[in-house]
Design a protein around this ligand. Structure first.
Ligand SMILES: Cc1cc2nc3c(=O)[nH]c(=O)nc-3n(C[C@H](O)[C@H](O)[C@H](O)COP(=O)(O)OP(=O)(O)OC[C@H]3O[C@@H](n4cnc5c(N)ncnc54)[C@H](O)[C@@H]3O)c2cc1C
Length: 340
């Protein structure tokens, strides 16, 4: 097997996880035929709803702490490398700095995963704690990257097609449908894995955001009760909420009012900022995130599958890291030839 000659690989899913995985497979297996199969693209995915700030939650976890840290550092390098190219603005990637404030617990403003990965992560000074109204006792300031999926997904799709990849629009109801067509299938279906794999560990955490026009906001702010203000390429994202096990994909007027109230209290200059759109996404939460191989067997065949789903609220942050890891698993599966 030389650089994937005559090999057929499939990625199910065209969100940020599927696209970064497909590009990584193209990089690793230059001569392989690589197909993305998905039923929803770009603005119809959960990825499109994300503000896209690189900031994994401290509860984010892969199979081990070392692997999780590697995913995070690989992912940061991936985004930051794009950020330093001429293509950065087309790809929706930029550097962004911000504050996180809390009035309740110093642990909230710390982040053991990224304090050493980001170029800057430090305690906020006394005068910085007074930047926003509120009795902020604890705070951190950090510099990170932002990836706006509304730009990144079309950019990555074009790159994938330019590299010779193919895209098929189809809903996959079961792995047997793909049997005989592909040497390995990488499953990047996000919440779709719940039905596809019968995975009861996968739970939606519903999130709602409001995108507003407020071009004067150049700094990100996080505060207690899931309050965040994140400037991007196409407006400022105001959030948010985390509704565990909720499948409601429609904006809720009560959530909108609460988000607006909390964000305006944090940054009063947002009052009256016009709404661009409201959006809801179901974060595919799984503990741990599933990136592993499986030999799926059925009545008349078997299929080698590498799973890569369950990134919860941190899929934009970590997608390239798990993509690199999943690509190595694909390579191992191909080398082992049949057994997993
Ligand atoms: C409000 C909100 C804010 C967020 N903010 C951030 C943030 O700032 N930073 C961050 O890192 N993350 C953030 N996230 C989380 C992030 O959006 C998700 O972790 C990420 O989008 C998951 O990507 P995915 O590719 O796994 O899923 P998706 O984007 O949902 O893509 C899944 C793909 O799989 C396809 N698919 C599913 N089932 C099937 C099937 N049976 N057959 C064919 N195709 C199938 C779908 O069509 C789709 O193409 C946020 C999420 C929300 C909701």
């Amino acid at each position: 097997m030389i650089l994937g000659l005559n090999m057929n690989l499939c990625v199910i899913g065209a969100g940020v996880v599927g696209l970064t995985t497909a590009l990584e497979l193209q990089r690793e297996f230059r001569n392989a035929n690589i197909t993305i199969v998905a039923d929803r693209f770009e603005q119809d995915t959960c990825s499109d709803v994300a503000a896209g700030l690189f900031r994994p939650g401290t509860s984010f976890c892969g199979p081990t702490e070392d692997i999780t840290r590697k995913w995070i550092s690989d992912a940061y390098r991936y985004w930051d490398d794009i950020r330093k190219t001429e293509e950065a603005s087309d790809a929706g990637v930029a550097q962004l700095s911000g504050y996180i404030f809390s009035s309740t617990d110093p642990a909230i403003v710390r982040n053991h995963y990224i304090e050493k990965v980001l170029p800057l992560y430090r305690s906020a000074t006394e005068s910085e704690l007074k930047l926003c109204p509120g009795e902020w006792k604890y705070g951190s300031f950090f510099t990170t990257v932002l990836t706006e999926c509304r730009l990144f997904q079309p950019w990555a799709t074009k790159k994938f097609l330019r590299n010779g990849g193919q895209i098929v629009t189809e809903k996959i109801d079961g792995f047997p449908n793909l049997s005989g067509k592909y040497d390995v299938v990488v499953n990047c279906t996000g919440m779709g894995a719940k039905n596809l794999c019968g995975d009861h560990k996968l739970v939606p955490i519903r999130g709602q955001v409001i995108k507003v026009k407020a071009s004067w906001v150049k700094t990100a702010f996080y505060a207690d009760y899931d309050t965040y203000i994140i400037p991007g390429f196409q407006g400022v994202t105001l959030g948010g909420c985390r509704n565990f096990d909720s499948y409601n994909s429609e904006p809720c007027k009560h959530d909108s009012a609460a988000i607006r109230e909390r964000c305006e209290a944090l940054l009063p200059s947002l009052k009256g900022a016009p709404v661009i759109r409201e959006a809801v996404g179901l974060r595919p939460h799984r503990d741990p995130v599933r990136v592993e191989t499986e030999l799926v067997e059925f009545a008349n065949g078997r299929l080698k599958v590498v799973h890569n789903y369950g990134h919860g609220g941190y899929g934009v942050t970590t997608a390239p890291g798990t993509a690199i890891y999943a690509t190595r698993l694909v390579s191992d599966v191909l080398k082992s030839n049949s057994k997993l």
